[in-house]
Design a protein around this ligand. Structure first.
Ligand SMILES: [Zn+2]
Length: 411
C-alpha cells in the first residue's frame, strides 16, 4: 500500500489446480510463483487446493462448483438438502457451535469408552442447540434480510416475496459443529499428542472421524447440512482452558497453558519439521467438511528462500491439505518505511523502538494484526510460544525443486 505497509485485510487466497497453475507446464504456473513471492513478503495470499479429493469431488467444470474458502477457513460446498445445488456461491453457514474436547478427556480419566460416551452426549446436545436456533432463523421473513434475501443474493430467494418466510431456502446453509484442543485431548487420553506418537495420531483420527460420521448421519436423517468445522477459536482458546483450570486444576500438558491448541493442529510450542507437521494435519482436512486450515511457521525472511516456500505449498497439495498458509515475521518501521525483520533496532535507519513502536504483523486465527495489544491473553500467549518449523534441503528436493543452500532453512 501507499508507504509500503502490508495490507491486513481482506484475506486473499490463491487457488491451485493441476492443469491450471500447479505444474511448471501449466499456463498459470508463473502466477503461482508470483503468489509465493508475494506471500513470502506479505503473509497473503493463502493457498487453497482444488485437487484435494474432498474438493475435486464437487467440481463439474463450472466456477460455482470450485470450492471457495472464506478467509479464515470456513467452507461451504456439499449440500444434503439439495444435491443438485452443491456450489459455494449463494450459501453460507447458519450457525456453529464448538465442543470443548479436552474437558471430556479430563472427565473420562483415560477411559476411552467413557470419553466416546461423553462425546456422543455433547454431539446430541450441540445438534439440538443448532436446531433450536434454526427454528428461530427459519421464521424470519425476506424483509428481515433485505439485501441477502430481498436482492436474491441467497440461493432460491429470488422466487420469494417480500413477506415470505426464508426457512425453506435457508436449508441450503450449513449447521457446523466445531471442536478445540485435539492435542490436549490426546495428551490427556494417551500421555502424548499426535505430534509425539502414531498411537495418538490414530486415536485423533478416530475421534474426529467419529464426529464426522455422527454429523453425516444427522445430515442424512434431517436433510440439513450438519458439518464438521476445525473451529478458528479466537476467544474460545483462552476461555475454555481458564474454565477447566478453575474446575480441574493445572494439569501438565493439558490445562497448564493460557490456551487450548487450535482444532486439530499440532501444538504451536512443539518442535517439528514443517513437512512432518503437514503430513500429520492433512488427514484431518478430509474430515472437516465445514472448513480447516494448516499453518507452517518459518524463521527468517522467506523472500530469500522461495524454493522452500514453494516446496511447502507443493507438499501441502501432495498430502491432501485443503487450505493452508505460511507464517513468518513481517515487521515495519513506520518512521523510515523499512519492511522486513526488525530486532531491537531498525536495520535501515538504526533507530531503536522508543515512543514509536515498530509494527509487527502476525496472524491470529487467520487474520493479520499489526499489534497484539488488543488481543486476549490466550491468543497472545499462543503467539509468543510458536516455534519455527525447519525445512530440510531433502524435503525441498523431494518436491522437485532445486534448493539453494546459502540461506539457512533449518529452524
Ligand atoms: Zn527505520
Amino acid at each position: 500500500m501507499g508507504s509500503g505497509e502490508t495490507p491486513i485485510f481482506p484475506i486473499q487466497i490463491f487457488r491451485l489446480k493441476e492443469g491450471v497453475s500447479f505444474n511448471p507446464e501449466d499456463p498459470n504456473y508463473d502466477l503461482f510463483k508470483q503468489a509465493c513471492a508475494v506471500s513470502a513478503k506479505r503473509l497473503f495470499p493463502n493457498f487453497s487446493f482444488l485437487d484435494a479429493s474432498f474438493n475435486a469431488q464437487y467440481y463439474k467444470g463450472t466456477p460455482e462448483t470450485e470450492v471457495a474458502y472464506m478467509g479464515c477457513r470456513t467452507r461451504v460446498i456439499g449440500n444434503t438438502y439439495d444435491p443438485q445445488n452443491e456450489v459455494t456461491p449463494g450459501r453460507g453457514n447458519l450457525s456453529f457451535t464448538s465442543i470443548n474436547l479436552p474437558r471430556l478427556a479430563i472427565r473420562a480419566h483415560g477411559d476411552l469408552e467413557l470419553f466416546f460416551d461423553l462425546l456422543d452426549q455433547k454431539l446430541d446436545l450441540s445438534c439440538e442447540q443448532m436446531l433450536a436456533r434454526f427454528d428461530i432463523q427459519k421464521r424470519k421473513k425476506v424483509y428481515n434480510m433485505p439485501f441477502l434475501m430481498g436482492q436474491g443474493v441467497w440461493t432460491g430467494s429470488e422466487n420469494l416475496k417480500y413477506d415470505d418466510e426464508v426457512g425453506e431456502v435457508l436449508k441450503n446453509g450449513t449447521l457446523s459443529l466445531g471442536f478445540i484442543g485435539l492435542a490436549e485431548t490426546l495428551k490427556c487420553l494417551t500421555g502424548e499428542h499426535h505430534g509425539e506418537s502414531e498411537r495418538a495420531q490414530n486415536l485423533g483420527l478416530e475421534i474426529i472421524g467419529h464426529m464426522r460420521s455422527y454429523l453425516d448421519k444427522r445430515a442424512a436423517q434431517s436433510q440439513l447440512n450438519f458439518s464438521l468445522l476445525a473451529t478458528p477459536a479466537e476467544g474460545l482458546s483462552g476461555r475454555f482452558v481458564k474454565m477447566d483450570r478453575e474446575r480441574y486444576g493445572s494439569i501438565e500438558g493439558i490445562t497448564d497453558r493460557e490456551y487450548y491448541t487450535n482444532s486439530f493442529h499440532v501444538p504451536v510450542y512443539y518442535d517439528i519439521n514443517a513437512f512432518k507437521k503437514i503430513e500429520l494435519e492433512a488427514p484431518y482436512h478430509a474430515l472437516t467438511n465445514a472448513g480447516h486450515i494448516s499453518y507452517v511457521e518459518l524463521d527468517g525472511d522467506p523472500t530469500h528462500n522461495l524454493e522452500a516456500f514453494e516446496a511447502i505449498i507443493r507438499h501441502m497439495k501432495e498430502c491432501g491439505v485443503g487450505y493452508g498458509s505460511v507464517n513468518h515475521p513481517v515487521d515495519r518501521d513506520s518512521v523510515c518505511g523499512y519492511n522486513g525483520i526488525i530486532g531491537d533496532r531498525c536495520p535501515k535507519c538504526g533507530r531503536e523502538e522508543g515512543n514509536i513502536p515498530f509494527e509487527r504483523i502476525r496472524r491470529i486465527t487467520g487474520y493479520l494484526v499489526g499489534t497484539l495489544d488488543r488481543f486476549n491473553n490466550g491468543k497472545r500467549a499462543e503467539e509468543s510460544q510458536r516455534v519455527k518449523h525447519g525445512v530440510a534441503v531433502a524435503d525441498i528436493e523431494s518436491e522437485g525443486i532445486v534448493a539453494h543452500t546459502d540461506v539457512p532453512i533449518e529452524a
